[in-house]
Design a protein around this ligand. Structure first.
Ligand code: URA
Length: 292
């Protein structure tokens, strides 16, 4: 009989058992990379077809807290659902009803929908020339957790949504292993909103020009916890240039918000040796979210 997990719940149960047993190779010893990615693919498909709260253990006990956050967020102009910056727009052209350029705008003073619109037609740096779409965010803008990644890749540039490629599916799986789902309980964005050509690393001036958008996103979403995935997000938000391997494992603060850092899921897919540390980082994230 096959022991291959068939869906996201099987995989999550499997991961938790491995984690609870303290086993070193949580994902990739008995599950192949292909099996993990196939399960992550199914998770994405299930998440888009299911009623809210399926993958999340957060719902019941935190309902009143969520309602309070929702009311506070609405007062800041933060929508209950991310406006569809990517897929809803039928063509890849820039909106023509926004005449002010990002270079002229005081980004720190914008409301949520203005911020997304200004980002959408930003020409601040060279990345504007090569992009198909600006990748602003996905998930729930009223979430307690913001996940900050590095920059869009090819799939994200095409769809306008962050973390939709293989790394994104893996991220969804890691989040599910600690009862978090992109659809309900997480807001996802990147340090850079436009794809660097050939997926090269972000350049320092690009980060400097783009980071006011991220800073404002964080201020408006007002998360209770931030997770930085990968070196660029971790270094930017901790304000250091220490390597990720030295940064991870501690809880920092960004503008008074607790911040956990971990490896980028794409790096993890290339280097299974970081799996145990990543698992520990997600447990730390869960503890911070639970206030324990
Ligand atoms: N990697 C990232 O850091 N962000 C994305 O949106 C996709 C891949």
């Amino acid at each position: 009989m096959s022991t291959e997990p068939r869906n996201i719940r099987d995989v999550v149960r499997f991961l938790r058992q491995r984690g609870e047993l303290g086993l070193d190779e949580i994902f990739l010893e008995r599950l192949t990379r292909e099996q993990v990615l196939r399960a992550a693919n199914e998770a994405r498909a299930q998440a888009s077809g299911e009623a809210s709260g399926e993958a999340s253990g957060e719902a019941g006990g935190e309902a009143s807290g969520e309602a309070r956050r929702g009311a506070q967020a609405e007062r800041r102009g933060v929508p209950a659902r991310a406006p569809d910056h990517g897929t809803a727009r039928a063509d890849a052209s820039q909106p023509d009803d926004v005449e002010i350029s990002a270079a002229q705008v005081d980004i720190a003073g914008l409301e949520y929908s203005e911020l997304a619109s200004v980002a959408d037609c930003c020409q601040r740096c060279r990345l504007a020339e090569g992009r198909t779409r600006v990748v602003f965010s996905d998930g729930n803008p009223q979430a307690r957790l913001i996940v900050v990644g590095e920059a869009p890749g090819a799939n994200e540039d095409r769809t306008g949504l962050p973390f939709v490629g293989q790394a994104g599916k893996f991220l969804d799986l890691l989040l599910a292993s600690v009862d978090l789902s992109r659809k309900d309980s997480v807001y996802i964005c990147n340090v850079l909103k436009c794809r660097p050509p050939g997926n090269r690393d972000p350049m320092a001036d690009e980060i400097e020009l783009c980071s006011p958008f991220l800073k404002r996103q964080i201020a408006l979403v007002a998360p209770e916890v931030i997770l930085a995935v990968g070196t660029f997000a971790a270094q930017l938000l901790t304000g250091t240039n220490r390597p990720l391997g030295k940064l991870r494992g501690s809880v920092y603060t960004y503008e008074d918000v607790p911040l956990v850092v971990t490896y980028h899921p794409a790096a993890l897919l290339r280097n299974a040796g970081w799996t145990r540390s990543t698992w520990d980082d997600f447990q730390l994230l869960r503890q911070v979210m639970d206030g324990s």
